[in-house]
Design a protein around this ligand. Sequence first.
Ligand code: ADP
Ligand code: MG
Length: 238
Amino acid sequence: SQSSDPILTVRDLFRQFGGIKAADGVNLEVGRCEIAGLIGPNGSGKSTLFSLVAGTVKPDSGQIRFDGREIAGMNAHRIARLGLARTFQIPAMFDNMTVTENLLAAAAQGHWHGAKDRAAETLSLLKLDQVAQNRASDLSGGQQKLLEFGRVVMRQASLILLDEVTAGVHPNIRKIILDAIARLRERGISFFIIEHDMEMVRNVCDRIIVMDAGRVVTSGAFEDIVRDSEVMQTYLGR
Ligand code: ADP
Ligand code: MG
């Protein structure tokens, strides 16, 4: 049955930009209900990998299997409708709409059924109740990060890709995001997270995947990864 398969399997994935091998034969898996972390130096191909998986960048070759379907080369809207959602490093939202309206607009791109109840749950999950009727443009930077995360939650994805979602946010906001990830995973959502904050990686991720120069160099539990001095050299040494 599909249910014991990984939710995401990437095989021999290649993508070049000019002469730069951003994906140079990537192989990895994300298990169902797993929180997998992706780390690696700047320019190692992490964001490109997310774009390849989400369909906004097309692979030169390779396979990407998501929830039992081959999706490599499929367009981004179709992949999103299959239940894959991602955040961007710069939050995407409608500035002139309220927080609640932004959540409902995100639901309209996915599952509309029960959207109002889900918006209320999402406001509470992300502690945005107090600002529910505020315009998105009036939120603090940290609250905008929460709203972007909330918009992804509203899509009812089965796999969520987070690209440095806690970068530069206040520890209080980071804690809200961490708790929300843990709660959503209990409900069966899988996560694949690009993260620079090693505390966050250690606290939230079940398994760490390390990239360098467009390839996966190793993966494993946080403790095993940090014990591997060569990997830490790769990660921290540049
Ligand atoms: P990371 O997210 O790990 O910092 P990226 O995936 O953003 O790395 O980038 C990997 C490499 O691919 C870098 O050398 C980057 O400059 C290059 N790259 C990424 N996207 C593009 C693009 N659209 N056009 C040209 N080069 C790109
Ligand atoms: Mg990046």
